[in-house]
Design a protein around this ligand. Structure first.
Ligand code: SF4
Length: 469
């Protein structure tokens, strides 16, 4: 008799053409929704843009000129699209908001005005008074304490090897959730801003400081927004930083690709300036990239893809940072689609931030527990290098911490405790879930101001007694 292994049947010709049972069948292409990008003249649904041609809509100068910067004009553009009640709600919402108003026609056209209360883009840019929640009692305006770590106005040096340079304080749009609402945009009824205008003398002081610190290797150029820098200013900043022997990495931060991709398609001077600095950096063996900020899959259209393709052809790396927001992207399906769509247009999903404690946007914040669920739900959906890390920017200046790295997390009081050994060893930082998302027992404790400090003390004691890590 032949040995056992020789009796394994050899597949016949017919059987070998069948896929092995372990292989998954091919997917129906119509289910690959991350590749289905919005195209066509979608803006014509907005009465104010009904006659706007494709050439006009794709012109970044037209977009900038027609961006809406005051409340009456915004509400006028919405006339006929939404109810009178909605307009009144938004009017009262803007009156109580810390951020200025600026919305591009592109952004306004992406909002589904048949469901304005739920639309995830409307939620991010147009406040409604009816949705406001009281601020968390532990909130302050500059929750990340960026100003405490500023050796020069507009230069935050918190991490040992990295600094944040804020060359200006304007953006192509103004987002409700902005962490830098203490400085970005013009004064509002609620907030007198910390001024960070373009000022060459201030920039020079920042450059002198960066040059004087050998440990600094990495500079984030943010703001405000690098989209608002003129081409020659992009060049001036890039050349000044690349000339410093200590600087190895730079990132220009801009929300532009998410709210006005037309600029990348049409503003050749700006794109050429960035390209030149990227190429100059490459020759010096230094990395120069763009960091951007998409929050929802609907923000990525066929226009975005064309813009990202242009940057990709130029060899420019683009990374994305998302803010986790209630009603916008706080479910696994939406975040998975965002991650897949970003990857599809060659943008690396880098971070998902737990929403900072920012004034006037408690309705947008969600719990750490939601962030943990989302991380679990998206890991494995695509390659690891395209899978974002969920982080908490520890209030009080602890810097970014992996959401899983808490020392203690009390889901009843919503208090999580973090340490940051490389930023401030030995210091404990506290993140607070929004109170209306807590169980009734937790909400009852926050309703009593006498309980606030004891709850923090309990969390602190628990973190010391049995740290999670
Ligand atoms: S673009 Fe960035 S800096 Fe400007 S308002 Fe939005 S989040 Fe803030």
């Amino acid at each position: 008799m032949a040995p056992e292994e020789q009796r394994v049947p050899t597949p016949t010709a017919a059987a070998s053409s069948e896929p092995p049972p372990a292989l998954k069948p091919p997917l129906d292409p119509s289910t690959l929704t991350h590749r289905q990008l919005r195209e066509g003249p979608f803006w014509r649904k907005i009465p104010a843009y009904a006659e706007v041609s494709e050439a006009e809509f794709l012109d970044h100068k037209w977009q900038a000129k027609h961006s809406i910067t005051n409340i009456p004009k915004l509400l006028a553009a919405l006339a006929g699209l939404v109810s009178e009640d909605f307009i009144k709600d938004a009017e009262r919402g803007f009156a109580g908001a810390p951020m200025s108003v600026r919305v591009s026609p592109y952004l306004l056209s992406l909002i589904d005005w048949t469901r304005p209360y739920e639309d995830p883009l409307r939620l991010q840019f147009i406040p409604l008074q009816s949705r406001f929640r009281p601020d968390h009692p532990k909130l302050d305006l500059d929750s990340l304490h960026e100003r405490e770590d500023m050796p020069v106005p507009g230069l935050t040096h918190r991490y040992r090897d990295k600094a944040l340079f804020l060359p200006l304080d304007t953006c192509p749009v103004y987002c409700r959730f902005c962490t830098r609402s203490y400085a970005v945009g013009i004064d509002t009824e609620e907030v007198a801003k910390f001024q960070l205008k373009v000022n060459v003398e201030r920039w020079q002081r920042a450059f002198d400081y960066i040059r004087s610190r050998p440990e600094l290797e990495d500079i984030v150029i943010s703001g405000g927004d690098a989209y608002q820098l003129r081409a020659e200013q992009i060049t001036q900043i890039g050349e000044a930083l690349l000339a410093m022997p200590n600087i190895r990495r730079m990132r220009y931060a801009t929300k532009g690709p998410a709210v006005m991709p037309q600029k990348i398609l049409g503003d050749d001077a700006w794109v050429d300036a960035i390209t030149r600095i990227v190429e100059m950096g490459r020759k010096l063996h230094k990395e120069v990239v763009i960091h951007t900020h998409f929050n929802h899959p609907s923000e990525i259209t066929a226009i975005t893809k064309a813009a990202m393709d242009r940057l990709f052809e130029r060899g420019i790396t683009v990374r994305n940072q998302t803010v986790l927001q209630r009603g916008v992207n706080d479910d696994v399906a939406t975040m998975r689609l965002l991650v897949k769509r970003l990857s599809y247009v060659n943008v690396h999903p880098y971070y998902i931030y737990m929403h900072d404690l920012v004034k006037g946007v408690e309705d947008l914040r969600t719990t750490l527990s939601t962030g943990l669920t989302i991380e679990k739900g998206i890991r494995g959906a695509t390659a690891g290098f395209n899978t974002p890390l969920v982080v908490v920017d520890a209030p009080g200046g602890g810097g970014k911490r992996d959401a899983h790295s808490f020392e203690h997390y009390d889901r009843e009081t919503g208090i999580s405790v973090f340490t940051s050994p490389n930023v401030h060893p030995g210091v404990y930082y506290y993140y607070f879930d929004p109170i209306d998302q807590l169980p009734p027992s937790g909400q009852a404790r926050w309703a009593d101001p006498a309980q606030h400090q004891p709850m923090i003390d309990e969390a602190h004691a628990a973190a010391i007694a049995s740290p999670q890590h």
